[in-house]
Ligand binder design. Structure first.
Ligand SMILES: Nc1nc2c(ncn2[C@@H]2O[C@H](COP(=O)(O)OP(=O)(O)OP(=O)(O)O)[C@@H](O)[C@H]2O)c(=O)[nH]1
Ligand SMILES: [Mg+2]
Length: 304
């Protein structure tokens, strides 16, 4: 996982150790080394502007820094990169479980709509999410509002049965907004805490499906609109994040398939271009393979 960025950061730390022996770091000493790092970051899915900002911030921290006797320069460099990346994430402290519990205590269901293009992992993520809520003692119903793709209703029904949560389905071709609305009524009538709305995958360019999503949002007035992106799509995930944020407006992001991501930069990019937090990450195909995103843990992971 994340081998690309890990290598890049280790490389820059080693180069500092080999080349920087002065007592005080000057811009000329590090310009080229950090430019190299920037390219490595871009190659590993950190968007250009964001890599630029991070490198500028690292430069500011390092220029004028006086290396003391016995101080390990590579640790100083690693620390300043870590700090800059963590800073770039902003505040990612949304506790969704807490928010759901607090709304539920007022006997109102918390509605989450999951958005994203084809195949990113929306349906799988909803199953994982429902399972996680159940384990936390929070009741849930799934709205199978993908009435578009053949097999979508059956796919989510299989998940719902396996994890033993109720599901509200619709006919193929039916209005997905009405399926989602029915699920909210279902939750209200049974005092369920959460409604998870699965939606049809769409292409960036699919105006019809975008309009359909806007309608789902208008009708269900969700508490959260979560964009699901696939870590393996790299720079395209960044474009998706921009597009969904501009067209629909998102409140947070879930990144899937982290288990197969050899680069590592998507998290930095998508949170920065949208200025929205990464809430959870998916790291496998089984129901337990989901956890809260923690920027400190993510960054420590990148540094081995
Ligand atoms: N390795 C890995 N695979 C995942 C993860 N999440 C989802 N997948 C796989 O990705 C594929 C697509 O997942 P779906 O949940 O069907 O994706 P979707 O976004 O609902 O797709 P559409 O409904 O067609 O838009 C499936 O084979 C999942 O098992 C993950 O975290 N890791
Ligand atoms: Mg799906």
């Amino acid at each position: 996982m994340f081998e690309g960025l890990k290598k890049a950061f280790q490389k820059v730390a080693n180069t500092f150790k080999e080349k920087i022996e002065y007592k005080e770091i000057k811009e000329d000493d590090i310009e080229e080394i950090l430019d190299d790092l920037k390219l490595d970051m871009i190659e590993n899915d950190v968007a250009y502007d964001i890599a630029n900002n991070i490198i500028d911030d690292v430069k500011k921290q390092l220029i004028g820094f006086k290396i003391k006797r016995g101080e390990e320069i590579e640790e100083v460099v690693k620390d300043s990169i870590k700090k800059s990346i963590i800073k770039s994430f902003g505040n990612d402290n949304i506790d969704l479980i807490d928010k759901i519990k607090s709304k539920c205590s007022k006997s109102e269901p918390y509605v989450i709509v999951f958005l994203g293009i084809n195949g990113v992992g929306k349906t799988t993520t909803i199953a994982k999410f429902a399972n996680m809520l159940k384990k936390n003692g929070i009741s849930v119903v799934i709205a199978a509002a993908d009435t578009f793709r053949a097999g979508a209703q059956e796919q989510i029904d299989v998940h719902a049965k396996k994890i033993d949560v109720p599901i509200v389905k619709g006919q193929y071709g039916a209005d997905p907004a009405s399926v989602a609305y029915n699920a909210i009524l279902f939750a209200k009538s049974r005092n369920l805490c959460t409604v998870l709305v699965d939606t049809a995958g769409r292409m960036h360019s699919d105006v019809d499906l975008m309009g359909e999503l806007k309608k789902i949002v208008k009708v269900t007035k969700p508490d959260m609109k979560i964009l699901v992106v696939d870590a393996l799509t790299g720079n395209d995930a960044v474009e998706q994040a921009k597009m969904f944020n501009e067209n629909i407006g998102i409140d947070g992001i879930i990144i899937t398939k982290i288990d197969a991501d050899v680069k590592g930069g998507v998290a930095i990019s998508v949170s920065n271009v949208t200025n929205k937090p990464i809430l959870f990450i998916g790291y496998g195909q089984s129901y337990n393979d989901i956890k809260r995103f923690d920027s400190n843990e993510y960054v420590n992971n990148l540094f081995g």
